[in-house]
Design a protein. Structure first.
Ligand SMILES: Cc1cc2nc3c(=O)[nH]c(=O)nc-3n(C[C@H](O)[C@H](O)[C@H](O)COP(=O)(O)OP(=O)(O)OC[C@H]3O[C@@H](n4cnc5c(N)ncnc54)[C@H](O)[C@@H]3O)c2cc1C
Ligand code: FES
Ligand code: FES
Lengths: 161, 272
């Protein structure tokens, strides 16, 4: 096996490393202590391992780390403030039970809101269709995203009900 | 687990082609399908540095590089316009956005998968594939060829042949493989019905001569459409798998073909 050298920007920091050619991005990231990136199905079905590659959400279980050479990778660890804020709305709606799906769900929801700041319910469902949650029926998450979007529309102020 | 001995970022198509002649070599598309196998790959050839990730429009055609992702296809305004929206419709249920940001048109068509929404959709359009060695050929001809050649699919070319298209699929759950996919098109190439996920490779069902003129002239009643749909569905070979039986697929085909033909007729009426 011939090792290869890759250089990428991970959560804003330059990283250079020698890696095995078949190292998957998920393993590279976990080796770099990005433990929010989790293994779920490993068959490209569940969305749990979602990270941003050049700002686009991708499944890190299905990309070679070699493909990230010269690119930018962001994980939940790099989006702390944005992720924490959205996570609070999910918790507020009791949308998570075991919480295992949360990192992937939050990453992909952030990707959606960056791409389309005012999505309809159908657009939210369509964009998040690749994020599976085994505990909930997705209604809690949908309520949380709606509440979050309303909060953002009001300039970030929580409405006094 | 997939094992790779050597990874090469190709600097040219000729280098990629040479490397790919070895049986243990593989061209990397999005790698999503390949990763499902336990293959031991000698040389993994990455085409992502060759600028083949663009959708270009000329006066007469749309040229899609093999590394264009399904998400690029889905969000392309050019393809939306030229395909009457069927490209977006055909890929929107493939797993999720994160998946579609990786899976490529090259891997999807080169694989000639039986379940493929992508193959079914592009067969309904006037589509050609550009192979590095074998040159340009119609997608229909390419789809009929056995897998296993060691060529490279460089580009997909969609001619701007005037026409209307409708794409319909049936899935047991939203992001699962289709149980059946039907694409119906009309235009200068006549009316064409493509059936995919039968579960075998997509095929074009021949329209009986006696129906051709009546379909073109939009003179068919819904009852006649149903009769034609039933005739066509009966001729399309269907198979059974864990998703559905052949009998169920034939029934579905009749329903989806009828809906497709009626929708085409409506589009034609609306255009006046
Ligand atoms: C879990 C899962 C669910 C799916 N669901 C659907 C679905 O519902 N509908 C659907 O239509 N599809 C579905 N697919 C298939 C998917 O959409 C892609 O078609 C598939 O992953 C292949 O694309 P890829 O870019 O990943 O190719 P890869 O896996 O990289 O390649 C596939 C094959 O093509 C070869 N190849 C790749 N690019 C080229 C090229 N340019 N020239 C020559 N050879 C090449 C590779 O060597 C390999 O043999 C699914 C796949 C998975 C894994
Ligand atoms: S672990 Fe990557 S999609 Fe499930
Ligand atoms: S909360 Fe348990 S998987 Fe979603």
């Amino acid at each position: 096996m011939t090792k290869i050298q890759i250089s990428l920007t991970l959560n804003g920091k330059k990283v250079t490393e020698e890696i095995a050619p078949d190292l998957l991005l998920i393993d590279f990231l976990r080796n770099h202590r990005c433990y929010s990136v989790k293994r779920g199905c490993e068959t490209a079905n569940c969305g749990l391992c979602t990270v941003f590659l050049d700002e686009k959400p991708v499944l890190s279980c299905s990309v070679l780390a070699a493909r990230a050479h010269g690119h930018t990778v962001d994980t939940l660890e790099g989006l702390q403030e944005e992720a924490r804020e959205l996570g609070e709305f999910i918790a507020d709606q009791g949308a998570e039970q075991c919480g295992f799906c949360n990192p992937g769900m939050i990453m992909n929801a952030i990707a959606l809101f960056r791409e389309n700041p005012q999505p309809s319910d159908e657009e939210i469902k369509e964009y998040l269709a690749g994020n599976l949650c085994r505990c909930s029926g997705y209604e809690g998450q949908l309520r949380a995203f709606r509440a979050y979007l309303e909060y953002k529309e009001r300039g970030g102020a929580v409405c006094a009900q | 687990m997939l094992k790779i001995k050597e990874y090469v970022r190709a600097e040219s198509l000729s280098q990629a082609y040479e490397l790919n002649q070895k049986r243990s070599s593989r061209i990397l598309g999005g790698m999503l399908w390949m990763k499902m196998s336990n293959a031991r790959i000698g040389t993994a050839i990455d085409l992502s540095g060759l600028g083949l990730d663009q959708i270009e429009e000329t006066e007469s055609e749309i040229r899609i590089g093999c590394m264009v992702t399904l998400r690029q296809l889905e969000t392309s305004e050019t393809l939306e316009r030229v395909s009457c929206g069927i490209v977006r419709e055909s890929v929107k249920n493939i797993v999720g956005v994160q998946f579609r940001n990786l899976a490529t048109i090259g891997g999807s068509l080169f694989g000639r998968f039986g379940f493929s929404d992508v193959l079914t959709c592009f067969l309904a359009l006037d589509t050609y594939v550009e192979l590095y060695k074998a040159g340009v050929m119609s997608l229909e001809e390419f789809a009929g060829r056995p897998r296993g050649d060691r060529d490279i699919l460089v580009r997909v070319i969609v001619k701007k042949t005037p026409g209307r298209q409708v794409y319909l699929s049936h899935r047991n759950t939203r992001t699962d493989f289709p149980v059946l996919a039907i694409a119906v098109s009309s235009g200068s190439r006549g009316v064409r019905v493509i059936a995919g996920a039968r579960p075998g490779r997509a095929v074009c069902a021949a329209i009986p001569d006696e129906w051709k003129e009546r379909l073109d002239g939009s003179a068919c009643t819904p009852e006649e459409m149903e009769k034609l749909a039933g005739e066509l569905a009966g001729k399309i070979p269907m198979g059974s798998n864990m998703r559905a039986s052949a009998q169920y697929r034939s029934h579905l085909a009749c329903v989806l073909i009828k809906r497709g033909l009626l929708r085409l007729q409506k589009m034609q009426e609306e255009e006046g």
